[in-house]
Design a protein. Structure first.
Length: 265
């Protein structure tokens, strides 16, 4: 029985990534040495390839140009036809994906660009780990799939806003314990102050300041409930050194005082 998926004639697939994949085979594939064309299917398995060569790929009739730094994710049962230009080497993973849970839409073929070294490293680590630790290999492949999901462009939107929002969130998450000024976040994301405000409105429905405040209080709630850190230490850990301001923020965002939150209120 194959995994469930949705395919837009060889162009995109919608897959669940909330659970790790089951890796059946992976390694370095070498093709094009016995002939210029391969045609085949994997009836029950997904195919993940990171290419190191230039060729043409057809997936259920849809044509893709592949070249170094491009990745393909082909669903079970799809017919693939490769037209090689000589000896062709790629990293490959044959896997099963869980059939339920929230899904993400990925292109069948996408250019990972600057992320090529990172994705390649994850797959090479998976290949090295597989003989001794299959679960570690699956974790590395899962990480690679999430990197591809983060890179994929949402339908109907330009890639730049998506990438800029991700960069802004990454900067915020790594600086929650310190000073966080909106101009600094915009600079880290590579966009103007006003563009950053529009991005956060579109992605989260709130302002950058409100998002930062919410994330700080979510982290504070965790530390108050799950650790024995003092309340002043928790406040400092989320970038709010003034205890009165921390108390007000807790009441506003969490609906209770820090002591009440700690007590489970």
């Amino acid at each position: 029985m194959t995994d469930s998926y949705w395919i837009d004639p060889g162009r995109s697939v919608t897959v669940p990534l909330d659970e790790p994949p089951r890796v059946l085979s992976l390694g370095v594939g070498v093709h094009g040495t016995t002939g210029p064309v391969d045609v085949f299917r994997l009836p029950d398995l997904w195919q993940l390839h990171l290419y190191r060569y230039t060729a043409e790929l057809l997936v259920d009739g849809a044509v893709h140009v592949i070249r170094p730094g491009r990745v393909s994710l082909v669903p079970p049962g799809a017919e693939v036809r490769y037209r090689y230009r000589g000896r062709s080497e790629h990293l490959y993973v044959h896997l099963r994906l869980p059939g339920t849970g929230p899904s993400v839409t990925l292109p069948v073929v996408q250019d990972v660009g600057a992320l090529t070294p990172a994705v390649s490293e994850l797959l090479l680590r998976a290949i090295a780990a597989a003989p001794r630790s299959p679960r570690q290999a699956e974790a590395e492949v899962w990480s690679a799939l999430w990197r591809l999901a983060e890179l994929a462009e949402p339908a109907g939107r330009e890639s730049r806003p998506h990438a800029s929002f991700a960069a802004a969130v990454a900067y915020i998450e790594s600086h929650l314990a310190g000073q966080l000024a909106v101009p600094d976040v915009a600079r880290a994301a590579g966009v103007s102050h006003n563009h950053l405000l529009r991005l956060f409105r579109a992605e989260t429905g709130v302002t950058v300041v409100a998002y930062i405040r919410r994330r700080r209080m979510e982290r504070a709630r965790h530390l108050l409930r799950e650790s024995t850190l003092s309340i002043p230490a928790v406040a400092a850990a989320v970038g709010v050194e003034d205890l009165q301001a921390f108390n007000k923020a807790c009441r506003r965002e969490l609906g209770a005082s820090p002591r009440a939150v700690r007590a489970g209120g």
